[in-house]
Design a protein around this ligand. Structure first.
Ligand code: SAH
Ligand code: SF4
Length: 387
């Protein structure tokens, strides 16, 4: 049986000084119907709201033309609001990456933001194709989504860790980042190749229920495929165990932030390893039933002098081989951030690490940093307002 998204809307407006109700964005069609019926409207209005918010990406009730205008006026007067997150500021990188500061509606503190990143990938441009002005200059793209404001996991190399955990995002706040970007980029859902990665600010498996409810909303209401979604975790074992039980029609792919060749080094750079060491994480991952040809991704941040030596690569190869998992390794050279005492590995060390892994028969890929100039790359998300 599929779990329903957590009901987050309070029907009571009396406590809200603004008279505004909690946002509707984040509720699925069924929950919307229930809510509208309780407000004296017929159930089919729920479907109309869902269609308007998740397929047409409307962000104001007054724009929903399928509703009679008198009803639109009445709902707005009663304090109903879609309350979708909004892109407050955007920074564009020389490589086409865009970093957005996203602001929330409802009772979210004013000025509080999270970051969402858009990473387009060129199409025939390399082959010399001309791209018309009205054409998109990307053929596939990835949206990187945040799941919390800040993060409670204290990875030594990550800028988001410095914020500490401020709060979990709601279902609507997680899914709304995606819809706001789909609208901005005029994505054609079902036609453009869209990947979603839950690798922004926060640890998705420490906000598990809202994260998964957002995934269900994105699959069932927005129409995106879970096969093109990847969630990354620092290795929260109870989260991985729950994830293993999710039905395949809503389960994203799984990436594990391994980041070290053994428990000693991992505990130094990721103190969470004390609680859930590598072997326990791998045991939990083994319980995730994979689709045919699906692979688990191990992310491996290369820290200069700390995790980037050839002997580390051999140790990682052994670890991955012994896990028996169908897996690949994504190598990420550490992206610098202010106040973090780590160093970026040399290009030679990165290349040698890659060769060592592939030489041991482990599929490995070097991930090029995106949007470093606008602080949009992995581990650089800290609500920086400079472009
Ligand atoms: N909290 C989750 C997802 C967000 S972090 C997790 O840790 O998996 C996404 C990825 O960025 C993780 O693999 C993390 O190890 C990596 N990362 C964090 N800081 C980084 C940095 N400064 N440079 C490169 N990668 C970094
Ligand atoms: Fe949190 Fe992931 Fe950063 Fe670790 S790497 S502090 S889990 S966001």
């Amino acid at each position: 049986m599929r779990e329903k998204p957590v009901q987050l809307v309070s029907l009571d407006v009396t406590n809200s000084p603004s008279g505004l109700r909690a946002p509707l964005f984040g509720l699925d069609a069924e929950a919307l119907s229930t809510l509208l019926v309780s407000a004296g409207e017929p159930a089919f209005r729920g479907k109309q709201f869902a269609e308007a918010m998740y397929r047409q990406w409307l962000s104001e009730i007054c724009e929903i033309r399928t509703l009679p205008s008198a009803l639109r006026a009445k709902l707005a007067a009663e304090g109903w609001q879609i309350g979708r997150p909004a892109i407050a500021r955007a920074f564009q990188s020389v490589d086409g990456t865009e970093r957005y500061l996203v602001e929330f509606a409802g009772s979210a503190p004013k000025g509080e933001t999270v970051e969402t990143v858009w990473m387009p990938e060129g199409d025939g441009g390399d082959a010399g194709d001309e791209i018309g002005h009205e054409e998109k200059d990307w053929s596939r793209a990835t949206i990187c989504i945040s799941s919390q404001v800040g993060c409670a996991v204290k990875c030594q190399f990550c800028l988001t860790a410095k914020l500490g955990l401020q709060r979990n995002l709601t279902v609507g706040e997680i899914a709304g980042q995606v819809v706001a970007v789909l609208e901005r980029q005029a994505v054609r859902v079902g036609r453009d190749r869209m990947n979603l990665v839950f690798m922004g600010m926060g640890e998705p498996f420490l906000n598990y229920d809202n994260f998964m409810a957002a995934v269900r909303l994105l699959v069932h209401e927005v129409g995106l495929s879970p096969r093109r979604m990847t969630v990354s975790t620092s290795g929260i074992v109870p989260g991985i165990e729950k994830f293993a039980k999710e039905p395949l029609d809503v389960r994203p792919r799984l990436a594990i932030s391994l980041n070290a060749p053994n428990d000693t080094i991992r505990t130094e750079i990721m103190p969470i390893n004390r609680k859930w060491p590598i072997s326990e994480v791998i045991d939990a991952v083994r319980r995730v039933p994979l689709r045919s040809r699906e692979r688990i991704t191990f992310e491996y941040v290369l820290l200069g002098g700390v995790t980037d030596r050839p002997e580390h690569a051999r140790e990682v190869a052994r670890l991955v081989r012994r896990s028996g998992l169908s897996a690949k390794v994504n190598l990420i050279a550490w992206n610098p951030g202010p106040g973090i005492a780590c160093s970026t590995p040399t290009p030679e060390a990165v290349a040698a690490f890659h060769v060592a892994l592939t030489g041991e028969g482990i599929p490995a890929y070097i991930r090029q940093p995106r949007g470093r100039d606008i602080f949009a790359a992995c581990g650089q998300l800290k609500r920086t307002v400079e472009g």
